[in-house]
Design a protein around this ligand. Structure first.
Ligand code: SAM
Length: 395
């Protein structure tokens, strides 16, 4: 349901025009600065989907330019963005302003110096550096050149282009902090980097939705809320920060209990197992040598084998505590074929159908399934496979 809801909400915010709140950016960036106060020092930051007129990313980094010791802030806007029809003050007051180019070209804004001589470098010093040759598409050669100049790329990119956007950053080996949807964790273009600890989740927003501002003319959704200042916003479920910059959160160990303890005392687990497994024991898959752990907090501290866990495990993933093994959701690197997950098979399908199962399963699929203690055919929701680091994960 959450997946449908998030897709629906993202679609509703048409053309990916929804804007991140200052407080959400601040909370996330604080985590990196707390972990390493010099994380941004001397760095050039590119914000490639951001017009300073409405982007809080630009406002946030401009306001913190001196505190972070930034070398340069580059912000580019996309001509097809809904807010782009608005004239920015930075642009309008610049001698480079050109009415004819305003709507069709991407725009380039930079911040490097105390332009207005106020004694500090801040938002007022953002300079309109001119129009781009094209519309400001991040894939264009001119924005790619800016990517190459930058040390760190930070933004909320269009969710619909998330795969391409991440690849565009990783191709250049840059550091980044970007927003995406939690569904992206199991994309075959994303998961292998998470497994290899080259990409991980950010420090904030590990559950629930996030409110994003939408353009003023936007009023066609029942989902819309209007704040006291008349600004419109929508709630999009399941956003996550994706990054390759270290933060303290990912080194925190999950506190876990033994298998016997969970089976005896965890009411949520007991209820789930009673209903689905038909016995108070962790199910073992029929087509792969692993147990199913239906609730992340119930990962047993004394089990050393492979476990299938909900994807939201990644929200608590500490690479010093666990190894991620793979993802049954796709074929390819670290996918079901490489893992050697067997076909579901006819026996499971027959039992599943005869019990009225309506899911889109065929015998050739490799989703993780099991027969429960009552001999019934059971499926699992999205899982990833993990194993405790050698020596166990006992806490
Ligand atoms: C989800 S919005 C976020 C805007 C801003 N980064 C923020 O968080 O407030 C994504 C932005 O990417 C822009 N965009 C869409 N396609 C793009 C592309 N191919 N290249 C660059 N920007 C694009 C949209 O115009 C939109 O403003």
């Amino acid at each position: 349901m959450a997946d449908n809801a998030s897709l629906g909400a993202a679609k509703t915010a048409k053309n990916d025009e929804f804007y991140t709140q200052y407080s959400d950016i601040e909370a996330e960036m604080n985590a990196y600065v707390e972990y390493d106060p010099n994380v941004f020092r001397g760095k050039t930051i590119l914000l490639p989907c951001d017009d300073p007129e409405w982007s809080n990313f630009t406002k946030y980094f401009a306001a913190n330019f001196e505190r972070f010791g930034l070398k340069k802030l580059i912000s580019t806007s996309y001509a097809k963005g809904a807010g782009n029809q608005q004239l920015t003050l930075f642009e309008m007051e610049s001698p480079l302003y050109d009415e004819a180019l305003h709507e069709t070209r991407g725009k380039l804004f930079t911040l490097t110096r105390d332009k207005d001589g106020s004694g500090s470098i801040d938002t007022d010093d953002i300079e309109f550096s001119g129009y781009l040759e094209g519309d400001g598409d991040f894939r264009s050669s001119e924005v790619t050149k800016l990517r190459d100049e930058a040390d760190i790329i930070i933004t909320n990119p269009p969710f619909s282009l998330f795969r391409e956007f991440l690849a565009w950053i990783l191709d250049a080996g840059k550091q980044f902090v970007i927003l995406g949807n939690k569904n992206a964790i199991t994309y075959k273009e994303v998961f292998p980097f998470i497994k290899d600890n080259e990409v991980w989740l950010g420090a904030t927003h590990h559950s629930g939705g996030m409110d994003f501002f939408v353009p003023d003319e936007y009023n066609e959704s029942a989902n819309i809320k209007i704040d006291v200042d008349g600004r419109r916003y929508i709630n999009i479920p399941g956003p996550r920060w994706f990054t390759n910059i270290d933060n303290g959160w990912r080194h925190e160990e999950m506190t876990l209990d033994t298998m016997a303890h969970n089976l005896k005392f965890n009411k949520k687990l007991r209820k789930k197992l009673e209903n689905e497994q038909g016995a108070i024991e962790y199910p073992r898959y029929d087509n792969y040598a692993a147990i199913d752990v239906p609730i992340t907090e119930c990962i047993p501290s004394d089990y050393d084998g492979v476990m299938g866990v909900p994807v939201t495990f990644v929200d608590k993933y500490n690479p010093e505590q666990f190894d991620i093994i793979g993802c049954p959701d796709y074929t390819g690197k670290y996918g079901s074929d490489e893992l050697g997950i067997k076909r579901i098979g006819e026996a499971w399908i027959e039992k599943y159908r005869s019990a009225g199962g309506k899911g889109h399963y065929t015998a050739n699929m490799t989703s993780l399934v099991y027969f429960n203690a009552r001999g019934e055919a059971c499926n699992t929701f999205k899982r990833i496979l993990i194993r405790p680091k050698k020596g166990g994960n006992a806490t």
